[in-house]
Design a protein around this ligand. Structure first.
Ligand SMILES: [Zn+2]
Ligand SMILES: [Zn+2]
Length: 438
């Protein structure tokens, strides 16, 4: 996302002009929205499609520079006709014209391959940031907030087999404080613990020194491999809710949780930066920053990108698209992933977003503890009850996800910000550059 620094003067009518385009790859259709002040006559609109049919220019006053936006894809030649309906006939085909909202549906050019237009969910690797292939023996990890080193180089990175992800994800989003253990049974009963954690006896994953096991949202590492993390609370006679949390010794940010079953630390991707010896690929959504003293490049992924990957994995596995994101049951978000994959562009006189991959998310802000509990306890299968999956996150991650939704919502055309009681937002998702093989 790039934005110019100087807003246009108030006298420029184009300062009230806002463009938004969404491409739904599965139906190869692009919708362009043009937002103007209410009751703007269509005769004031000048719409120009570029020769390549990949960008659009719109002006409210031909004397001013138009707003130009790169479209998510090349559109079909018939789009010229769709956009250039004679202005006098435009109001009849535009029911929201008096509200200042014009929209045009255009087919995507038949010769334009849409990257990854097969079902994205077929390739888990495609949307997950930081898989083992992104890491090397030279990769180090550090605390995102204070830059203290958390993991040194020389590790072997392995993706957990996807068959183990179900267990891993259950751990991540259903993890609760360990049950109290008796003094005479300090190590806990293995089978009992497995049942508590939802682990099967088979396929049990255990942390191994020197190896980092990678799943959708984090890394499983042996405790002795971690730097700058104090020993976890080993006073099993006085277990408390915070006993499993792992904090950075320098800045006290929570970096993960201790997993006694896997005998290791689970570190959150959202709280870490990783080093790489060369530049990250340009398709990566990471934010590179070059350290001034070395050639090491540190990068991280925005928390919402990691959360998006977690949600996409859950959609694939649980066959539900509705989730409650929360950290403490008291407040949270009810979300409905309405469209897992779309590409959008958005432009005004002051900002430009070009061909960004995103999920369309319907959401409701929850602040009633009883309401949240009622939804989590709802009996699936009853008439009118829709399956809702619980996703426990750190509080700051829930708040950040909500801020991303609210900000993206404010960029949408007014008519697209609400749908039957749901708010509508867009959340960026990670997209690996996958070559088309079919
Ligand atoms: Zn635990
Ligand atoms: Zn720190």
């Amino acid at each position: 996302m790039a934005s110019s620094s100087t807003p246009p003067p108030e006298s420029d009518p184009n300062s009230s002009l806002h463009l938004h385009a969404e491409l739904l790859p599965n139906i190869r259709q692009l919708t362009l929205y043009i937002s103007v002040p209410a009751n703007t006559p269509s005769t004031d609109l000048t719409i120009t499609l570029s020769e390549s049919r990949r960008s659009i220019s719109v002006s409210l006053n031909p004397d001013n520079d138009p707003i130009t936006m790169k479209l998510p894809a090349h559109v079909h030649p018939t789009s010229h006709h769709i956009l250039h309906l004679t202005p006098t006939t435009l109001p009849q085909t535009q029911p929201r014209a008096t509200q200042g909202e014009y929209s045009f549906r255009m087919p995507v050019d038949v010769n334009t391959p849409i990257t990854n237009n097969h079902n994205d969910l077929d390739s888990l690797d495609g949307y997950i940031p930081w898989t083992a292939t992104d890491m090397s023996s030279a990769t180090r990890l550090r605390c995102l907030k204070c830059e203290s080193e958390v993991l040194g180089e020389g590790k072997v990175w392995k993706d957990l087999p996807s068959g183990n992800w179900a267990e891993m994800m259950d751990f991540w989003h259903c993890h609760k404080p360990d049950p109290p253990k008796g003094e005479n049974n300090g190590n806990g009963d293995g089978e009992e613990m497995n049942a508590v954690k939802g682990y099967g006896a088979a396929n049990q994953v255990v942390a191994t020194p020197g190896t980092v096991l990678v799943d959708v949202v984090g890394f499983l590492v042996a405790g002795r491999d971690c730097l700058g993390i104090p020993n976890t609370n080993t006073d099993t006679t006085h277990p408390d809710a915070n006993a499993d949390k792992i904090h950075c010794t320098t800045c006290t940010t929570q970096l993960g949780i201790h997993d006694p079953i896997a005998n290791g630390h689970r570190l959150y991707k959202t709280r870490l930066a990783a080093s790489s010896p060369s530049s990250p690929s340009p398709t990566s959504s990471s934010s590179p920053e070059v350290s001034p003293t070395t050639t090491t490049i540190w990068s991280h992924h925005p928390p919402e990108t990691v959360i998006s990957a977690q949600l996409l994995e859950l959609i694939d596995r649980e066959s539900t698209r509705r989730f409650i994101l929360h950290s403490d049951n008291k407040s949270g978000l009810l979300i409905w992933i309405f469209t897992p994959t779309l590409t959008y562009s958005n432009a005004s006189a002051t900002h430009q977003i070009s061909a960004q991959r995103a999920m369309k998310v319907f959401y409701q802000i929850l602040s009633d503890e009883k309401e949240i509990q009622r939804m989590l306890d709802a009996e699936v299968g009853k008439v009118g009850v829709v399956a809702v999956e619980e996703v426990r996150l750190l509080g700051e991650e829930v708040d950040g996800f909500q801020r991303v939704l609210e900000k993206s919502r404010s960029l949408l055309p007014v008519e697209a910000r609400e749908w039957r009681g749901w708010r509508v937002g867009l959340v960026g998702r990670f997209e690996r550059n996958i070559s088309i093989t079919t």
